[in-house]
Design a protein around this ligand. Structure first.
Ligand SMILES: NC(=O)c1ccc[n+]([C@@H]2O[C@H](COP(=O)([O-])OP(=O)(O)OC[C@H]3O[C@@H](n4cnc5c(N)ncnc54)[C@H](OP(=O)(O)O)[C@@H]3O)[C@@H](O)[C@H]2O)c1
Length: 291
């Protein structure tokens, strides 16, 4: 990965930080993002130390807003003149329905809008790379059906189920984007990391689980107990694969599972009607938020 530049959102901890460490060990220049200077600088120091690679940078950005993403892209473009890989790792699993400062439901803003909008804003830089790659992390089991009537949880907000719906919406959107930019050579792929002990899983409450699964909450807590980054390191393998492997060079619209196996794109995301509806919805939403 020498001479490659990789941007990873939300890499101050969890899976993103482990992804950054591995890519830094492989020689890439790694740019991580976070919202907090102190935790960001701590993460940069740790990634440098563990990888022996001094080329690690921090950019501060809140990706839950359109303005935050525009600011991130502007900071990036002031420092670098191309981009090889962007990994949309920052994610949200909110415990209740809340809005971003743009007035958009938070999981939808971070899990759906941010990956796509960031990719569109970086497209000119990704096209300068011989193998520009856009990678986005999926979460949990893929629902069988995309609930188009509840994209921002106005009808109902049911914790992890809605989080999974937001990730499925992202998959449909990014799969549509993959089709639309095929001729650019920039690839758009999705991976599922598998479960890991991170601040996200630590913050899951019993009330976020589907009703029938709530008695299993103590087991869930046991499975995600802090492990010093071991499970997060394992969970970073699918994004590292998509970022580095020659096997996927030029291949777009792929779905890679937690065992780092390439799978068919799940039907609900690949379905053309779903893709088009989501595409139209997010385009209208962004036009309505001109900031
Ligand atoms: N952990 C799992 O079991 C699991 C399973 C399936 C999928 N995933 C997915 O994997 C990805 C990483 O998850 P993780 O568990 O490693 O999460 P994590 O440890 O909670 O890390 C999340 C990262 O996102 C950043 N972040 C959160 N909100 C942000 C915002 N508004 N703007 C910018 N950055 C923001 C955080 O940075 P700061 O707080 O420093 O700003 C942090 O670096 C997510 O997309 C998640 O959905 C995780």
């Amino acid at each position: 990965m020498k001479n490659k530049i990789v941007l990873i959102t939300g890499a101050t901890g969890g899976i993103g930080k482990q992804t950054a460490i591995t890519l830094a060990k492989m020689g890439a220049t790694v740019v991580i993002t976070g919202r907090n200077m102190e935790s960001g600088e701590k993460a940069v120091a740790a990634i440098k130390k563990l990888s022996g690679n001094p080329n690690i940078e921090l950019l501060l950005a809140d990706v839950s807003t359109k303005g935050g993403i525009i600011g991130l892209v502007s900071q990036f473009k002031q420092k670098f003149d191309k981009l090889d890989v962007v990994i949309n790792n920052a994610g949200s699993a909110a415990s209740e329905r809340k809005l971003s400062t743009d007035g958009i439901e938070m999981n939808f803003a971070i899990n759906v809008l941010a990956p796509w909008f960031l990719a569109t804003q970086l497209m000119d830089y990704l096209r300068k790379s011989p193998s520009g790659r856009i990678i986005t992390l999926m979460g949990g089991d893929v629902p069988k059906k995309l609930d188009q009537e509840n994209l921002q949880a106005l009808k109902s907000f049911d914790g992890i189920n809605y989080y999974s719906q937001s990730k499925l919406t992202m998959m449909a959107l990014m799969f549509e984007y993959a089709q639309q930019i095929k001729e650019t050579g920039v690839t758009v792929n999705i991976c599922y990391p598998g479960q890991a002990s991170t601040s996200m899983t630590q913050s899951v409450t019993a009330g976020m689980l589907p009703f029938l699964m709530r008695p299993l909450f103590p087991l869930f807590k046991f499975l995600v107990k802090p492990d010093g980054g071991k499970s997060a390191e394992k969970a970073s393998r699918s994004s590292v694969f998509l970022a580095t492997s020659k096997d996927v060079e030029g291949k777009t619209g792929l779905y890679v599972d937690k065992h780092v196996k390439i799978k068919e794109m799940p039907q609900a995301a690949a379905n053309e009607e779903n893709r088009k509806q989501v595409w139209n919805y997010v385009n209208q939403l962004l036009t309505a938020h001109p900031r």
